[in-house]
Design a protein around this ligand. Structure first.
Ligand SMILES: [Zn+2]
Length: 256
């Protein structure tokens, strides 16, 4: 029988019968993990609120050859992040973030830097007002892509490495950057974007995530960056993310 102890975020859960749930964790020591929370759907259960979405817990998992998934023995709350579940805009932004980790990371691929980045991003979502959620999310997304080994080329042509010096450039998803005039038209899937959007992304990439809301970004540039990252992440993940659509509908509601 194996035993695992780690700290982890609850990133998803689903019911498997009237008593039990599967919990998907993103853990510090083992990356993505699943476990069965036996009895967690009963009204009175030993897990309390420790297995709610976004909660950071210290968790013990017990593996047995006869189990498909390990049993969750104990889960103690380290940080509840309950503020993210009580505000619709924050909920949608944090859901978008954990969905990206859920879909973008394989089982048992550990990455302490990604775990730390996630911790910083969720904390920033608690601390900053609703209006700053997009900035936290886009900063998380560009840093996530980089940590995933999909480094963007933001200050020069992604193909020939010459400087980009036109206000509009074509962005190549497969090369992960803007292309100069000479390098376009070689069959790369591309779409137009502004050089400014790439420069802002470069700045965000260098900044500590906690500080990113301090950077002033115009509404137009933010919209453009969100679009660019959406296409890029869809390309990278090969399965479209669902949470951003939910987030869009929340934004529309907020705008009245
Ligand atoms: Zn070029």
């Amino acid at each position: 029988m194996g035993f695992k102890k780690t700290e982890a975020f609850v990133i998803r859960s689903f019911d498997i019968n009237e008593a039990d749930k599967i919990i998907v964790f993103y853990s510090k020591s083992f990356g993505k993990l699943r476990g069965i929370a036996r009895g967690s759907r009963k009204l009175k259960n030993r897990f309390g609120s420790s297995l709610e979405l976004f909660t950071r817990v210290q968790v013990n998992l017990f593996e047995k050859e006869t189990y498909t998934f390990p049993n969750i023995g104990q889960a103690d709350i380290i940080e509840s992040f309950s503020e993210l579940r009580g505000d619709l805009r924050k909920l949608a932004s944090a859901a978008s973030l954990v969905e990206l980790v859920d879909k973008g990371v394989g089982e048992n691929e550990e990455s302490p830097p990604l775990y730390d980045l996630m911790t910083q991003a969720l904390r920033a979502m608690v601390v900053y007002p609703e209006e700053e959620m997009d900035k936290v999310l886009i900063t998380f997304e560009i840093k996530f892509l980089t940590l995933s080994g999909y480094s963007p080329v933001l200050d020069r042509c992604a193909q020939c490495r010459n400087p980009l010096n036109t206000p509009r450039v074509l962005f190549s998803l497969s090369k992960g950057g803007g292309l100069c005039k000479g390098c376009t038209g070689e069959g790369n899937p591309v779409f137009p974007t502004s050089l400014q959007a790439l420069q802002i992304l470069k700045q965000l990439l260098k900044m500590d995530l906690e500080k990113c809301p301090r950077l002033r970004i115009s509404e137009d540039a933010q919209r453009e960056i969100k679009m660019l990252l959406r296409r890029w992440l869809d390309f990278y993940l090969e399965v479209p993310l669902k949470a951003p659509e939910f987030l869009d509908s929340i934004r529309r509601l907020a705008q009245g």
